[in-house]
Design a protein around this ligand. Structure first.
Ligand code: AMP
Length: 425
């Protein structure tokens, strides 16, 4: 026997319902985000490695442990994108999208790659949908971004009561450096009780110690000074405005001073939406924040930005956990059946004509018997079967069968389209 192959560890084929769920997630994103003035952007799936090391930060788990990096045949260091914000910003700088203080509202959808330990809701190739508002500095933009994310999840069918919106501020270059020093000192003072990773973070990325899942570390970090209490005046005002706007919009949130997202580029507002059921510890279905320094990190001019990314697999799991079927487009199709070989070509021609008029139409391509064609029509959930036999051809028409009511009637060729589109199901 010839060897067969399975998809690589941490990847999954999207087939059948999972492929259609992904389609729906993307079409809903387009529908919702368009209402906010967002248009799509497509960037390469791989970038020069530096885009991520500079953008996301050397000290992050993503850059330190999770990137798929390789040398291409020209000796360049290339990385499969672990997220898409850095790529979008690289593209915006290259194209001058935000030159002369212009702003850009962009969204994307596609696969991302991280070498993580696979588990439910965590894969090595996973799909994200994201939005980036470039050149926007006002707290209004933060509020609109969060409202758009919430709008997206509720439009998909997630119940508001099943979601928790967490918000925090990461400060900025004025207040964060001093806080980092204090936090690093706290970590060093408590090194005995903390895990090696957290102790190491004192020098590289002390805020990430809040994210450690180990109970002992959590207890100690609970006593640490919080950045939310050390914000500078401007960051505090920004945060207050965002929260007031969310209050005015009737959106409920929880202030979570432990929320520090995994990538280095965040400044000020960060947010995450979590669900309580169905996902275990991988319960964040989407999140994002403001990243006012990323343009400069990637060689551009200072440009304030805010964005988010949604995890597609986790969103589908969250919908399944609350028993919400994803609205999959299953508009009915028409099946044109040939009684005998003599009518097969006419059946194909009729299917082509119906497609030309905008209907989904199928005909047999495998010389099946009439009975087998009806089975196919059932499987495709056809609403009607149009039967073409010798008699129908002679009378210039078809026998139209309504698959639900089982009613059959002769319809002339000239009125097939009208009958199909008006027949009550
Ligand atoms: P991040 O880019 O880390 O901010 O992640 C944004 C969202 O992507 C998360 O909230 C998750 O829903 C999803 N996500 C991140 N990493 C993975 C992964 N390895 N597998 C599946 N989903 C992921």
């Amino acid at each position: 026997m010839t060897q067969t192959y399975a998809a690589p560890k941490g990847t999954a084929d999207l087939l059948g319902d999972s492929a259609r769920s992904w389609d729906t997630l993307q079409s809903t994103a387009r529908e919702v985000f368009t209402r906010y003035g967002y248009t799509s952007i497509y960037t390469p799936i791989f970038e020069n490695t530096e885009v991520f090391t500079r953008g996301i930060g050397e000290a992050t788990d993503v850059v330190g442990k999770e990137m798929y990096t390789f040398e291409d045949r020209g000796g360049r260091s290339i990385t499969l994108r672990p997220e898409n914000t850095a790529g979008v910003v690289r593209a915006a700088i290259q194209a001058g999208l935000t030159a002369n203080s212009a702003h850009a509202k962009l969204f994307y959808a596609g696969p991302m790659f991280r070498f993580e330990r696979p588990q439910k809701g965590r894969q090595r190739q996973f799909y994200q949908i994201g939005a980036e508002g470039l050149g926007l500095d006002s707290a209004l933009a933060d509020a609109e971004m969060i409202m758009m994310l919430w709008d997206y999840f509720t439009t998909l069918g997630l119940k508001p009561a099943s979601m928790r919106l967490l918000i925090n501020s990461m400060g900025d270059e004025v207040c964060r450096p001093a806080y980092r020093i204090k936090l690093a000192a706290f970590i060093t003072d408590n090194a005995d009780g903390l895990c090696d990773d957290c102790v190491r973070r004192a020098n590289t990325n002390p805020l990430r110690a809040f994210d450690c899942k180990k109970e002992a570390c959590r207890e100690i970090m609970d006593r640490a000074l919080r950045l939310s209490d050390e914000l500078c005046g401007e960051c505090a005002t920004h945060q207050d405005t965002v929260l007031r706007l969310l209050d005015q919009a009737g959106l409920q949130y929880e202030l979570d001073s432990r929320l520090v997202r995994g990538l280095d580029y965040y400044t000020r507002t960060v947010f995450e939406i979590q669900v309580d059921h169905g996902l275990g510890s991988q319960n964040a279905i989407g999140g994002g924040g403001r990243y006012d320094g990323l343009f400069e990190d990637l060689g551009g001019k200072p440009t304030p930005c805010i964005g988010f990314a949604i995890g597609a697999e986790r969103t589908v799991l969250a919908l399944e956990a609350q028993d919400t079927a994803i609205a999959i487009d299953d508009s009915l199709c028409v099946y044109v059946a040939a009684v005998a070989d003599e009518q097969r070509e006419a059946a194909l021609a009729m299917a082509m004509e119906l497609r030309g008029r905008g209907l989904t139409a199928l005909s047999d391509l495998q010389n099946r018997s009439l009975k087998a064609q009806f089975k196919q029509a059932d499987r495709a959930r056809a609403g009607h079967v149009l039967v073409l036999g010798e008699d129908e051809v002679a009378r210039k028409g078809v026998t139209m069968r309504n698959m639900e009511t089982k009613e059959e009637r002769f319809v002339t060729l000239g009125s097939v389209f009208k009958m199909l589109t008006t027949d009550e199901r």
